[in-house]
Design a protein around this ligand. Structure first.
Ligand SMILES: Nc1ncnc2c1ncn2[C@@H]1O[C@H](COP(=O)(O)OP(=O)(O)O)[C@@H](O)[C@H]1O
Ligand SMILES: [Mg+2]
Length: 291
């Protein structure tokens, strides 16, 4: 039964044009993106995420996102770079409504999520959007296997047997089958993050959002997590939006690299375009400062 509780999202209080018609938007986005991504477009493909003129203001004054425009295509791997405070996390958190957008539009598979949504619609949206956080966010009292099962049983209403089989399959995929019965405190940070990835994938979302998944890890643990993400990108067919400072990963794995600063997308393109021939001074300075 649909919950009657509504999320009241104050929207379109600014002078933002209405979201474009889906066909028109898909054509315009394809025209814009086709030279900026290594994604192989299907005929008449529509973007799975469409962000138009997104604004996010905190406390009525701090404007963190000023005008974000971005489209992401099914199966595309998009790496988002940018200095601390540029609004990367806020953008990701708006996509799954952990933050309420102040103005503008976000459409997931052509369905507008900005505006008034029923709580049940928000829950359905979140099922389709996995999220992997910098700080893992595992349940400390559950084992690795328990962490990967719980969303499946509680949200997807799978049987315990089904959820367990899926959990073991996903733990094996991240190289942690032998740690299935360990609690998070008995695992390294890298192992915990791989459990968190297994947990996200076990829900079979269409899209996974990663917010600096390796930033909290000791350097020697970073590679194992990036390897898991690389395999997911190459074989999973999943749409991935990855906020990261791992330039090597972005260069090798991304279909598109997006550089954000000051609450806008400053520049985007294929990894070669952005890393080897940045068009904006700020992109060049940022890339220069972190290499
Ligand atoms: N809940 C909040 N309340 C007020 N300001 C916030 C909140 N969340 C983030 N900010 C501010 O928004 C800006 C962008 O933050 P964030 O999206 O986390 O940037 P990034 O992920 O690129 O480092 C920062 O200046 C941060 O202090
Ligand atoms: Mg952040």
């Amino acid at each position: 039964m649909l919950s009657k509780k509504r999320m009241h999202l104050p929207n379109n209080t600014h002078d933002v044009p209405p979201a474009l018609d889906a066909e028109e938007a898909a054509r315009a986005a394809h025209e814009r993106d086709k030279s900026l991504t290594k994604h192989h477009f299907e005929p008449h493909e529509h973007p799975c995420v469409r962000i138009e003129h997104l604004v996010k203001t905190f406390d009525g004054e701090t404007q963190v996102l000023t005008d974000v425009n971005l489209t992401v295509w099914p199966g595309e791997v998009v790496c988002v770079l940018g200095p601390s405070g540029s609004g990367k996390s806020t953008m990701l958190r708006c996509i799954n409504l952990l933050e309420t957008p102040t103005a503008g539009h976000i459409l997931i598979e052509d369905k507008e999520i900005t505006g008034h949504l029923l709580q049940a619609e928000v829950n359905k949206l979140r099922q389709n959007l996995g999220m992997v956080f910098q700080s893992f966010n595992l349940f400390p009292h559950l084992t690795a296997k328990g962490n990967v099962m719980i969303g499946q049983t509680k949200v997807l209403k799978k049987s315990k047997e089904e959820a367990e089989a899926e959990a073991l399959k996903q733990l094996e995929a991240v190289g942690l089958l032998d740690r299935a019965d360990y609690k998070p405190a008995q695992l390294s940070g890298g192992q915990q993050q791989r459990v968190a990835i297994a947990r996200a994938v076990a829900m079979h979302p269409d899209i996974i959002l990663f917010d600096e998944p390796t930033s909290a890890l000791d350097p020697e643990l970073v590679r194992g997590v990036l390897d898991v993400m690389r395999r997911l990108a190459e074989h999973g067919g999943m749409t991935m939006i990855v906020v990261t400072h791992e330039m090597g990963f972005a260069r090798e794995v991304a279909d598109r690299v997006v550089f954000m600063e000051g609450g806008v997308v400053v520049e985007q393109g294929t990894p070669e375009q952005v890393f080897d021939n940045p068009q904006h001074k700020r992109t060049a300075e940022f890339l220069g400062s972190i290499d």
